[in-house]
Structures are given as C-alpha cells and as structure tokens.
Design a binder for this molecule. Structure first.
Ligand code: NOJ
Length: 518
C-alpha cells in the first residue's frame, strides 16, 4: 500500500507581503494585480505555494494584521474579483495559495468594535470595568496591554490599541470564524496561516503574569488548553474539502512539547519552527536546532524558516550574503517544508537606514523609537531598472528603496548566472527532482572540523562551512559530483561561509567526502 504524501509536507512556500511585492496602479503600495502579473516569476523560481499575508480591508495599523472586514479585499490591494483571478492563475501555474487568517484580534475599525464603542456587544471583546488597570500584562509591541475608553471601561489588546482582542469564550466569535474559514475555502484557498494561533484564549481570571514571560509554560496570556478545541473544529472543516487543504499555526511557546500539541492528528497540519530563524550562524547551533526539531513531536511535519516579514533579513543577521546562500542549501536539504520570504531570492539585506519619518511599524511607535521595528524587511522589491522605484510601481514606494538595489533587481540578476536569484532557482529545481526520493532522517557525518556540518539523506549530502577559512572536505576526484555550491569553491576546499550539495552515493571517510558516484 502506498501512503499519500500531502503537497504541503515537503513544499517550498514563498511568503508574499502584498504591500511590498508589486504595485499595478501607481499608488506606491503593492496589490493583488501586481502579484498576479509576476506569477510567472514565482513559477520559474520553482516554489510550490504562496503564503499571502493579509490583504483584507484594514486601516493597516499593523500592516494588515488589523482586519476590519474578513471577507473583503482592501481597496488598496484590489477587489474580490482580483482575488478570484489571482487564485485561478496561481492554480493554473501549478502552485497553491495559503492565506493568513487573523483570529486573535480585529481592527478597532471592525464593525463589532465600533459597536462596542457605543456600549453594545462588548462581550465580543475583553472588556473590564475596573477602577485601575485590570492586570500587569504588557502589549507585545510595548506599553500596557489595556486601553481605557472615555466611559471608564478597559479593553485588552495584546498588540496595538487598534487591535482589540476577541473574546473566544463567546460562541458567536467561534461561529463567525468558522464561516470565514469556509468563505475562503469556497474561493479555493489551499490553506491558512493562523496568526497568533496560541493566543485566542486567555486565562479565565486574567491573572497577573508576574515574573513569567508571555510564552512560558503556564503564562496566562497564551497557549491556554481551550484553544485546541477551536483547531479541532477547523480541522473538520478543512478535511471536508477536497485537495489536502491545510493549516499552519504561528505558535510561540518556550517548551517544544507545548508546540507539539498543536499538531496532534486532529488539529493543525503544521506549526512554524522558528528555531533556525533565531539561531546564530554557528555549526553547533544549527545542529542543535535540527536535532531538537527532528527529535520532537513536531517532527512528523517539520517546517523551516530563515526570514519573514517579522524578522531582520538573514543576510543581515549573518552579516554576509555568502552565509545566507549557504544557509539556504542547509535548510533545503532538510526534510519537511521550507518557508521563504519575498526578496530573499534576490539576496536583499535589511534596510537599516530608513528615515524615522517614513517608518510605519507600530513597534517603532510603541517603543518610542527604542526598537526600529520591522519596516526594514518590508521595503518594496526591486524588479528592474537602475533607480527607485525599480519597476515596483510607477509612483513613490510606500517605503524608500536603497539606490544600491540597482545591482540586485530581478531583471539584473536574471542576466547573471552567478546571481542569488539564479542560485535559488537552481536549488529549488534540484530539490524538486530529489523530492520523495530521500530518506526522512538526516545522518550526520562526523569527523569534520567543528565549524563544518555535514549530513546525508540518501543520495544527497550537504556540507556547510560555518567558519571563516577554507576547509578541505572532499578530495579532488570528487569535485565533479558537486551538484550545487552556494558560491565558488576554492579548489578542493569549501570556503568559509559556503555550502555544497553532493549527489550520488558518497563514500565518506573522516575529514573528507572521498568520492560520489552519481
Ligand atoms: C504575527 C504577525 O506575523 C505580525 O506581523 C503581527 O504584527 C502580529 N502577529 C500581530 O497580529
């Protein structure tokens, strides 16, 4: 009997942050039509699916994670008809589409909250009529998690005051979100990325958090047991549709076992493992992360992430494009699915010098500038041309692009066989040919210097040099079997900050990959 492997199990999923991807109407903000017109680029890149971060009606107080209407497209991003055209074409190109769903909080512009402001339906949110601030919780973005209305009542917001938290103990909320899930499944989406998936329920008594961190075991703010029933219900809905519809949760927990509860067989299909994203550029740390992830109960559906719209781009985190390219080969050689973030295929670095007056991330405002926030990884993509807006728009991009991106546009890189874009295409194409042929569990190849990590999965061997100096890792007779390298090799040596994929049966000896038979 052959077992069915669902598409997402080993997919490469590319995150599109629509506001910064491509603008079709010249208003300086990306939109669904802009994305649609670049679908051939994504198909040729070789990704299996797109994860589209929020495009719903929203004041964009938190980049769209403040939803005012869950069943409509924000006019800045287009229309529902644009969405329907987009999904049809995504499917036409053989890709899938996963959309974000934001159930923990609405926008304060949502009709429910507007009604709550008049005193009606406050039990849809978390209101308290206390004389002082109801508890000691802090917003994730800085400052207290409570705001007081002029009538004296307080409401809870784990993020900005413009994102009031919903009261999931109210059955109306549950029903509404089941309808929203169905609404998008009916339009053909292949899955959901669930925002703040562990947040929906709070401790019933809203007890003080005290010395605990928000995601610690026992925290009153996140990961309450009641949340799992919601995902069991969503799973039944997903399973009632054809075609392996899936859900991936954005779940932060300090204990891996708590994370694993979200991927029990009747709950979500995947949770993000952010461990690689958090790990420094170090052989020991990368190995620890892989061992921990694959040794945990989430190993049934591993996920890997290097960059996203919430983190400093990994070129900057590792302070080198070479290392970032090597990290890609390392990640793509692992079992499970890999999530990419738009622009990493161009080797873009974080934009660290945005002028204060253009910043939009609420983290910047709520920390009074102490933290720069996430705008630096959200700068609109450079497509073509030699100066801003680099083909992103005919207008002025909502965040300014560095002039130095002239050398990194997609068009410039397509003409350069050594470019990062070409390298991503090669890596994704090769991964696709190997898909389904490799054993799950990587086998570590010991005997290399401590700064070198090597592992093998059947006919694929990945060797990464985390050090700064070249290391002899294979003999000259084997260089012909290098299927892909993250950068130029140094004769028989693997330079610092580089990785290689060797395919075929490699004979290994301590300190060297001797010979690979293709
Ligand atoms: C996680 C999202 O990825 C992030 O961008 C957002 O600010 C928070 N959740 C709140 O919705």
């Amino acid at each position: 009997m052959t077992t069915h492997t669902p598409w997402w199990r080993d997919a490469v999923i590319y995150e599109v942050y629509p506001r910064s991807f491509a603008d079709s109407d010249g208003d300086g903000e990306g939109d669904l039509e802009g994305l649609r017109s670049h679908l051939p680029y994504l198909r040729d890149l070789g990704v299996d699916a797109l994860w589209l971060s929020p495009f719903y009606r929203s004041p964009l107080a938190d980049g769209g994670y403040d939803v005012a209407d869950y069943r409509d497209v924000d006019p800045r991003f287009g229309t529902l008809a644009d969405f329907d055209r987009l999904i049809a074409e995504v499917h036409g190109h053989g890709m899938r589409l996963v959309v974000d769903i934001v159930p923990n909080h609405t926008s304060s512009a949502h009709p429910w909250f507007q009604e709550a402001l008049t005193g009606v339906g406050r039990d849809r949110y978390i209101f308290r009529n206390d004389t002082g601030i109801p508890n000691d919780w802090q917003s994730n973005f800085g400052g207290p998690a409570w705001t007081r209305l002029p009538d004296g009542e307080w409401y809870l917001h784990l993020y900005t005051p413009a994102q009031p938290d919903l009261n999931w103990r109210n059955p109306e909320i549950r029903k509404e979100f089941e309808d929203i899930v169905r609404f998008w499944l009916d339009r053909g989406v292949d899955g959901f990325r669930i925002d703040v998936a562990a947040g929906l329920f709070k401790d019933e008594h809203l007890s003080d958090i005290g010395d605990l961190t928000p995601h610690a075991a026992g925290s009153p703010m996140y990961d309450r047991p009641e949340v799992h029933d919601v995902y069991r219900d969503w799973r039944l809905i997903l399973d009632s549709y054809p075609g392996d519809r899936m859900a991936v949760g954005e779940v932060w927990t300090e204990a891996p076992d708590d994370l694993a509860r979200y991927v029990r067989p009747d709950e979500l299909h995947q949770v993000f493992r952010f461990d690689l994203q958090k790990a420094p550029w170090s052989a020991a740390e990368f190995r620890r992360v892989v061992e921990e992830s694959l040794g945990s109960a989430t190993a049934a559906a591993p996920t890997w992430v290097l960059s996203s719209h919430d983190s400093v781009r990994h070129v900057t985190r590792y302070s080198s494009l070479d290392r970032a390219r090597a990290a890609l080969l390392f990640m793509l050689a692992l079992p499970g699915s890999a999530y990419l973030y738009q622009g990493e295929e161009l080797g873009l670095a974080e934009v660290t010098d945005l002028p204060d007056e253009v910043r939009q991330d609420p983290i910047w405002f709520q920390t009074h500038g102490a933290q720069p926030g996430r705008d630096g990884c959200r700068v609109p993509l450079p497509w073509s041309g030699t100066e801003p807006p680099f083909g992103f728009s005919t207008g002025e991009p909502w965040l300014p692009q560095p002039r130095s991106w002239a050398a990194q546009t997609a068009a410039a890189q397509l003409g350069d066989p050594t470019s990062t874009l070409k390298f991503y295409r090669q890596a994704l194409a090769l991964r696709r040919t190997l898909r389904g042929t490799l054993p799950e569990q990587p086998e570590w190849l010991d005997g290399f210097p401590p700064e070198v990590l090597a592992f093998r999965r059947g006919s694929l061997t990945c060797v990464t040099n985390f050090g700064d100096v070249p290391v002899s890792v294979f003999t000259s007779s084997s260089t012909g079997t290098v299927a892909l390298a993250s950068g130029p090799l140094d004769g028989d040596r693997l330079p610092g900050g580089a990785a290689v994929w060797l395919t075929g049966e490699c004979l290994l000896s301590p300190r060297a990959v001797r010979r690979c038979v293709p």
